[in-house]
Design a protein around this ligand. Structure first.
Ligand code: CP
Length: 300
């Protein structure tokens, strides 16, 4: 693995190895010196709570250090090209993690960098989040085998990485419950980005109550990404996809509610669900830390 821009950069064995080692390290060896004298540069074009904190703590708990770089503090894109910034950072850091507005920026960074690049979220994908999600499911359910995940709402970068993971044959099945209008928007976006993804392993549907009844995991994401302007038409179209008590009552009692966060309790999920007994969102957020450690160590 030279870079980690998408889940498809990993084989299914590599995905499972990273997750299982993360579960083991979380219990047995949360602090070590395995990254002593190593440094992680982090570039953020967008705000972040979990990604920022988990990567910073991950490298520190492994004995290394992080350098936080907000885009506006760099010459990047103003007085210096991405290529020159990538080559310069490669002289100092052992790994670069970037949260980028555009996936193309990450691909360009990877092209010019002499050290590995980790995607800390782009407009296309959020692979670190997906590994933490799958780790949480394995911890609770014991395995991904036979687990039914039901995604609700537009096909976001998080959903895209989940589809990528389903294509890796990790043992779970994925149903995307999404209005046809937003399915089309996703395909148009992929087309505009010149990207393709197989949907052979995924059921794509509007709300399918039979699939909801079989779900072991109910997963959703914010309807408006950072920088999006909220509009009432979108809210109206997505309101039936909001995860509330009614949707949760259609699933098994032991179904897990998951959300990558940040969440809007008046839109994609109600407070009683996200703050309720079936919610694993804090567990999932914590696992970002444990997955980041394995990613860092995989590259070192
Ligand atoms: N889920 C996630 O990536 O959270 P942040 O935007 O806070 O990093």
């Amino acid at each position: 693995m030279k870079n980690f821009l998408n889940i498809s950069d990993l084989s299914s064995d590599e995905c499972l190895r990273i997750i299982k080692t993360a579960i083991d390290r979380k219990i047995n060896k949360p602090h070590s010196n395995e990254a002593k004298n190593k440094s992680l540069a982090m570039i953020f074009e967008k705000n972040s709570t979990r990604t920022r904190i988990s990567f910073e703590l991950a490298i520190k708990q492994l004995g290394g250090l992080s350098i936080m770089l907000e885009k506006d503090q760099l010459h990047l894109g103003k007085r210096e090209t991405l290529a020159d910034t990538a080559k310069t950072l490669s002289q100092y850091a052992d790994i670069i993690m970037m949260r980028s507005n555009s996936h193309q920026t990450l691909e360009n960074l990877a092209k010019y960098s002499e050290v590995p690049i980790i995607n800390g979220l782009s407009d296309l994908s959020h692979p670190c989040q997906t590994l933490a999600t799958l780790m949480t499911i394995i911890e609770i359910k014991g395995s991904l085998d036979g687990v039914n995940i039901s995604w609700f709402g537009p096909i976001s970068n998080v959903a895209h990485s989940l589809i990528d993971a389903a294509n890796n044959d990790l043992g779970f099945t994925l149903t995307i419950h999404c209005p046809k209008y937003y399915q089309d928007i996703y395909f148009q976006k992929l087309n505009d980005m010149n990207k393709k993804i197989s949907l052979d392993k995924v059921s794509l549907t509007e709300i399918d109550e039979k699939k909801v009844a079989l779900a072991d995991v109910i997963y959703t994401d914010t309807w408006f990404s950072m920088g999006d302007i909220e509009d009432s038409t979108k809210i109206e179209m997505l309101t039936p996809y909001s995860i509330n008590k009614n949707i949760m009552s259609m699933t098994k009692k032991e179904s897990m509610f998951m959300h990558c966060l940040p969440a809007n309790r008046s839109q994609e999920v109600s407070a009683e669900v996200i703050d309720g007994e079936q919610s694993y969102v804090w567990h999932e957020a914590q696992n970002r830390l444990h997955i980041q450690k394995e990613l860092i160590l995989s590259f070192l």
